[in-house]
Design a protein around this ligand. Structure first.
Ligand SMILES: [Fe+2]
Length: 473
């Protein structure tokens, strides 16, 4: 179990957990020059209303939109997603629905036991995606919530015109295939039988079901990755203790137990149909994948690997009082042979790295740079925005300062350019002195030079998990 550092004087960044205002206004406080050709909107989402939450994952989702207009103007809007959970708890003083790590505040174990549908706790706080012009706010085990991309008003819970049955969750980690324009995703189905459902969304926004494969236990799984041929799952030995959960004594997140002596099961689901391929490897834990690709009969998978779930799980629960972060994850590569059904893994860089990303045009192969948030154990949760070159191992980073909170960076290609890495990284950085967030634009090839452009937003967007860039029409 990781040791959590508790401090009597709480760090300044704790102010990031204050419930933000909803705003809709131009941003006039800017620095630097917006690069030519960079026009569009950075959407981000995170757990912004945390007053009733007992876990960072249970804050109500607020979507922010920072628009960079072609004439150089900047505009900022923030708005909570009006989920059932948000409305039920708007004027409440204790939790009304069970979340990932939060129990219902009234009615004890019995009331917590009877709320079996995980979707009720849907906070729409984890990630965003566009499909056929629709903006969706996503959570781990619920249906998407559709939001108007201009006004950020909540349109409603959506099920892809009935194609997504009520029992099927739609995870917060869809992946886009740059070659076909299709989007793939999955859902963890918990119940008498536990399974993983998988989906393909075509370019017109229609959802099609792919394989649904059974898993022997209720494991937590946050992300997956795609190659040209496969959907790739790495199911870590992080299992729910069923009786603790079903009896209503513990929320899902508090029922999880990491089994270091058990296998991580790699499951390859053929995109073209057919039976999944199962490969076992020694235990690890990951939240996020960077990318993966096919190499002959092998599948090569790059991910941010924790040595144990205990290096991150306790911190997420203790988000209000702890600035520590156990051992940060590092970038690992696994090579899986579909012939011999063996997997070999090694560390690509010792640099702590979460929220790994590649240039999305190379998401299924041919990349040599991985971007993300650099995590250094002595800095706790205060990270840097960094890049790792795979062939040289060289790293480069922008450090806003100790105590700042940086978000996952998103790579935006320079219009007209085709080379990998030719573009910008766009991110949020929470300034604890100003108690508000900056939207920053960095040259992807020269991060340590600092932001080319900074928009000092009039609001705190707090901790945001994931986002999406939408190029101006
Ligand atoms: Fe995530």
């Amino acid at each position: 179990m990781a040791t959590l550092t508790r401090s009597a004087a709480l760090p300044a960044w704790m102010s990031a957990f204050k419930t933000p205002e909803e705003v809709n206004r131009p941003v006039t406080d800017v620095e630097g020059r917006l690069p030519d050709g960079l026009a569009g909107t950075l959407y981000r989402v995170g757990p912004a209303k945390l007053d009733l939450a007992h876990h960072l994952f249970d804050g109500d989702g607020m979507v922010s939109a920072v628009r960079f207009a072609p004439d150089g103007g900047v505009h900022c809007a923030t708005r909570f997603v009006r989920t059932g959970k948000y409305l039920a708890e708007l004027n409440a003083n204790r939790p009304a629905v069970k979340g990932f790590g939060t129990l219902v505040g009234r009615g004890g174990a019995l009331r917590n036991a009877v709320q079996l549908s995980p979707g009720k706790g849907n906070a729409a706080n984890t990630s965003l995606m566009f499909t056929a012009g629709r903006l969706l706010a996503l959570w781990e085990v619920g249906h998407p919530w559709q939001v108007d991309p201009s006004t950020l008003e909540t349109i409603g819970e959506m099920d892809f015109d009935g194609a997504l049955e009520a029992r099927l969750p739609f995870s917060a980690h869809p992946h886009w295939d740059p070659a076909t324009g299709e989007i793939f995703n999955f859902g963890m189905v918990y119940g008498r039988k536990n399974s993983v459902a998988s989906y393909r969304i075509d370019r017109s926004g229609r959802l099609h079901r792919l394989a649904e494969f059974g898993v022997p236990a209720a494991v937590m799984n946050h992300d997956f990755i795609i190659t040209d041929r496969w959907l790739v799952f790495c199911l870590n030995p992080l299992r729910m203790r069923l009786m603790r959960f079903l009896s209503g004594r513990a929320a899902f997140g508090d029922s999880l137990e990491y089994h270091a002596d058990e296998a991580t099961t790699i499951v390859l689901v053929p995109r073209a149909g057919g039976d999944p391929v199962y490969v076992e490897a020694p235990a690890w834990f990951q939240f996020h994948f960077a990318a993966a690709f096919d190499d002959g009969d092998d599948v090569v998978i790059d991910l941010s690997r924790y040595q144990s779930y205990d290096d991150i799980g306790p911190y997420l629960k203790a988000f209000r009082t702890s600035a520590s972060y156990g051992r940060p994850p590092t970038l690992w590569r696994y090579r899986v042979s579909t012939k011999t059904r063996r997997a070999e893994g090694h560390e690509l860089s010792p640099q702590g790295l979460e929220f790994p990303q590649v240039d999305g045009r190379r998401a299924t192969g041919g990349y040599r740079v991985i971007y993300g948030e650099f995590m250094d154990s002595e800095r706790g949760v205060s990270g840097r925005i960094g890049r790792i070159e795979l062939d040289t191992g060289r790293t480069d980073a922008w450090d806003p300062g100790s105590g700042w909170l940086v978000s996952e960076p998103i790579f935006v290609p320079r219009p007209g350019g085709n080379d990998e890495d030719d573009g910008w990284l766009i991110a949020h950085a929470y300034d604890p002195d100003r108690q508000a967030t900056d939207a920053v634009v960095l040259d992807a090839r020269d991060l340590s030079a600092g932001p080319l452009f900074t928009a000092h937003l009039p609001v705190n967007t707090g901790v945001t998990f994931h986002g999406a860039w939408r190029r101006a029409a």
